[in-house]
Design a protein around this ligand. Sequence first.
Ligand code: ZN
Length: 137
Amino acid sequence: MERMPTTEDGWKAQLTPEQYAVLRERGTEAPFTGALLQEHRDGVYRCAACGQALFASGTKFESGSGWPSFDAALPGAVEYVTDATHGMERTEVVCSQCKSHLGHRFDDGPATTGKRYCMNSVCLEFKPQDSGAGASK
Ligand SMILES: [Zn+2]
């Protein structure tokens, strides 16, 4: 499904104000407020802006940070940008398809990868695995 606006006005029309503020203006949602924090079903987390698959449910873990956390992204799903705002150097994670802001990646993750993808719930759309066989397209 193609639904990528080409202008910021287009994004504004498509996204909720909360989504727009985080995805397009690099905001951060308040911790422990995200709808996906308690999501534990099997499935795929997609970009809330363009729909690209970003994270598999098997990589999600409880970080205690208050944001949905993953120890790995799907291959090629995200890109990394050095973020030097707020007086520190962090690795910003953006969607590789629409370049929307998703969150940050830290190096204090669990032993499997050592990475912690700290994502904003509002940037993700969860699709449970058992929804509709043969519903591709
Ligand atoms: Zn995207």
